[in-house]
Design a protein around this ligand. Structure first.
Ligand SMILES: [Zn+2]
Length: 315
């Protein structure tokens, strides 16, 4: 699909979304179907016999054999939320259908909630995306480059940039026709051989071919893949066709971030912001189905309390 076809593909219109997920009952049914596609099954005794109760207005299943009670939202990303599911679904919709995502500030305005709640929703959704992204490896021909996120001091002070710069590995796989397939953007502790070896072990499928420049750390990839270090001859990789797609993605990332976020906390939450971008890029042909995919991610991502979310750099 060409870039234009991606841009002009049909998403899910707001009236369509409203007719599918406009009421709490519709959202409950969608979450239930996502969690238990073959019908509710007790997690303790595996029985399918059950009755449905409402405990503090939350749909709850009670096992007909062992009486275990399971709330519809328990154990998911929505665990113990006080918000109606309609608010969460609207957030899923807005985040997935906008071109470059939405900041917590935009979510606050559009959902009519306080900033702190919007921040929690935003970071929980980004965490769900990051968990999905962590599951996949890249394969085939892969362009790799070193890059930095941020670098400007939040208050705009000059000369203090470096302390906010987060090093990350940018990689994109291409198919036999030279078209981009999947991207991976991963923060690393630094551009060292150890860091790149760990990255390669986690994210390169066996038999891959990696194209990079001759930065020393990339040599670590040669034990994991066919590594083809390219002579850049003093030119920057951005001027070389071998690195066309990784450079295009880095350019798109820059526009997406600067167009969406004004003040940012990239240094602490780099993994989540980068994963949000790659999640969207890697599913760019599926705009209409994205809210449902994100719902699956939310249903399978466990509870992420705010205190835990704010500890990101320590994970
Ligand atoms: Zn049971």
């Amino acid at each position: 699909m060409s870039m234009n076809r991606i841009q002009f593909q049909k998403g899910l219109s707001f009236p369509e979304f409203q007719s599918l997920y406009g009421t709490e009952e519709q959202c409950e049914a969608a979450l239930e179907k996502t969690r238990w596609p073959d019908g509710y099954r007790c997690s303790r005794c595996q029985s399918t016999l059950h009755c449905v109760l409402h405990v503090r207005s939350r749909k709850t299943f009670q096992c007909g054999v062992c009486n275990q009670q399971t709330s519809l939202i328990a154990g998911t990303l929505f665990h113990s939320t006080k918000l109606p599911l309609t608010t969460w679904f609207l957030a899923l919709y807005l985040v997935s259908q906008s071109k470059n995502s939405l900041s917590a500030l935009s979510l606050k305005r559009q959902l009519g909630i306080c900033y702190r709640t919007a921040w929690r929703i935003k970071h929980k959704l980004m965490e769900a995306m990051a968990r999905r992204e962590d599951r996949y490896t890249l394969e085939g021909r892969i362009e790799v480059d070193d890059a930095y996120l941020g670098g400007e001091h939040p208050e705009g002070k000059r000369g203090r940039g470096s302390e906010n710069k987060i090093p990350f590995v940018a990689a994109v796989s291409t198919n036999e026709d030279g078209h981009p397939m999947y991207a991976k953007l991963s923060p690393v502790s630094g551009f060292t051989q150890e860091a790149l070896e760990s990255w390669g072990q986690a994210f390169l499928a066996p038999g891959s071919t990696v194209i990079s420049d001759r930065l020393a750390c990339f040599a670590a990839l040669s034990v994991l893949a066919l590594h083809l270090p390219e002579k850049t001859g003093g030119r920057k990789p951005k001027d070389l066709p071998q690195f066309h797609w990784v450079n295009t993605i880095l350019g798109n990332l820059k526009s997406a971030l600067s167009g969406t976020y004004h003040a940012f906390d990239f240094s602490k939450y780099a993994r989540r912001y980068l994963s949000e971008f790659s999640y969207r890029f890697n599913r760019r042909f599926h705009l209409k189905g994205l809210p449902v995919r994100l719902l699956v991610a939310c249903a399978t991502t466990g509870p992420c309390p705010e205190r835990w979310l704010r500890l990101e750099t320590e994970h």
